[in-house]
Design a protein around this ligand. Sequence first.
Ligand code: ZN
Length: 241
Amino acid sequence: MKIVPVACLKDNYAYLVCEDSGACAIVDPSEAGPVLAAVKAHGVKPTAIWNTHHHYDHVGGNEELAKELGISDVYGHASDRGRIPGQTKFLEEGDRFTLGAASVGILHIPGHTLGAVAYVLTTAGAVFTGDTLFVAGCGRLFEGTPEMMFVSLAKLAALPDETRVYCGHEYTEANLRFAREIEPDSTAILGAIASARAAREHGEPTVPSRIADEKRINPFVRAKTVAELADRRSRKDNFKG
Ligand SMILES: [Zn+2]
């Protein structure tokens, strides 16, 4: 299994997910141009688009890519019907489908939006979390409640520790500045700050993280109650670190 981050727009990541047999999917194409360039550079033939949620910076390239590459399978949550351009597959919690020989599981993870989903590759040990779980952060609560986000993050945190986390934005350094504000003495957070800085200085993405890392550094995954998560989320919304 090969997973290639594709930098799009200002700080978005789309991904190419290519299984050993050659079966390939595109995750969250914000825009078609960089994704088409990556498809060409890697010589792959994607047959599906997996959208984590309906926001424009995750689905903006859907229609052009479907047309250019002849893709007919465009996945998203059932409740995003009418909000995801070109959607043909309407997912619910617990659905499974395949990418070549790989099994893909669906978790419904509302909070950032009501129709947010995660795509879990169990055998490869990877999860695509969109704007719900970021490296060291979580998405803003545009449509859902703190309680929904609390449950959704707990669902993701219950995945195996080694599961690699591929999220929708490169927000890691700003997220870690907030994490340090919450837990100033955490050596795990200080270590993550140094690693993220080194990666960005070399022009590299900070994805993937691992579920085990998120349990150590992510102030939202680490929130013990809904109230604590809600408090941290509203502080982060106003954080100027
Ligand atoms: Zn979003």
